[in-house]
Design a protein around this ligand. Sequence first.
Ligand code: NAP
Length: 287
Amino acid sequence: MFRVLVTGAKGQVGSELVNLVPAGFTVIGLSSAQLDITDQDQVNVAVALHQPNLIINAAAYTAVDKAESDSDNAYAINEKAVAWLAQAAAHADIPLFHISTDYVFDGESTTPYKETDSINPQSVYGASKLAGEQMLAATHNKHIILRTSWVFSARGNNFVKTMLRLAKERDELSIVGDQHGCPTSATSIADILWKLAELYQQTDSLPWGIYNFSNSSACSWYEFAVEIFKQARESGFIPQTPTIKKITTADYPTPAVRPAFSVLDCSKLEKLLGQKIPEWKSELSTI
Ligand SMILES: NC(=O)c1ccc[n+]([C@@H]2O[C@H](COP(=O)([O-])OP(=O)(O)OC[C@H]3O[C@@H](n4cnc5c(N)ncnc54)[C@H](OP(=O)(O)O)[C@@H]3O)[C@@H](O)[C@H]2O)c1
């Protein structure tokens, strides 16, 4: 059996990784209570104890706005802890798959971002995630960095769950219409990480480096909300659709600056795996 240690196993992506483990793989999914990745000793003990063939780091500090006033913690989890994982993976000579974010970009582009485009994070969260990417790349060659965006799931905190809660509480909602990105289901991310793991298992190598991955088709938060309510209404999950007012980012100031455009070009990964990436609307209908 090919053994995979998953950190952050109770998060949106971590729990889907544990749910979707393919045949031939054994997953050791460790929650933050079972493995605090900021503790180097705990990381080393976990790797020595479980003897994985691969580590997938699904743990992260993901509170984008809170990070602006809590940067020490954001960097401890998103940068320093990645060093502990990378060092342990290098010592064991196994790959480390790590997840990063579209928020490493500044959003000034008008065409989808490629892996090689300039990075320029605008928030503490984005900067801490970029620092983690750089830490990993400098520490351990056998790595995959999967940059993803706008994650949603039936579990955890995300835009879909917030919209569904608000739809039951309010008749009218104001949603930002001038930020564009690609919603991505946690199940799609888990699925693609397992495909990469299978490829590694079969070939004993991978073209290491950074890959973009999001579900296909871009939209604004406003368009995302419209589709969430459409599907929720059709399935009878909400009794009626709230009125949605389209507003601008300036109308809805937040502590963290978010990129106005963070659409990812995923063609590098599509080419590697030889498959098309699913649409977010079809993924939304499955949660
Ligand atoms: N969510 C998004 O929209 C989004 C967008 C782009 C990229 N990403 C990236 O995608 C990845 C997965 O995100 P997600 O949405 O699944 O996040 P999530 O639901 O917030 O899960 C993150 C997990 O990390 C755990 N964690 C936090 N600190 C830890 C520590 N010190 N040691 C061990 N575990 C710790 C958390 O546990 P506790 O809850 O117990 O603290 C939580 O279970 C992350 O790398 C994130 O940066 C997310």
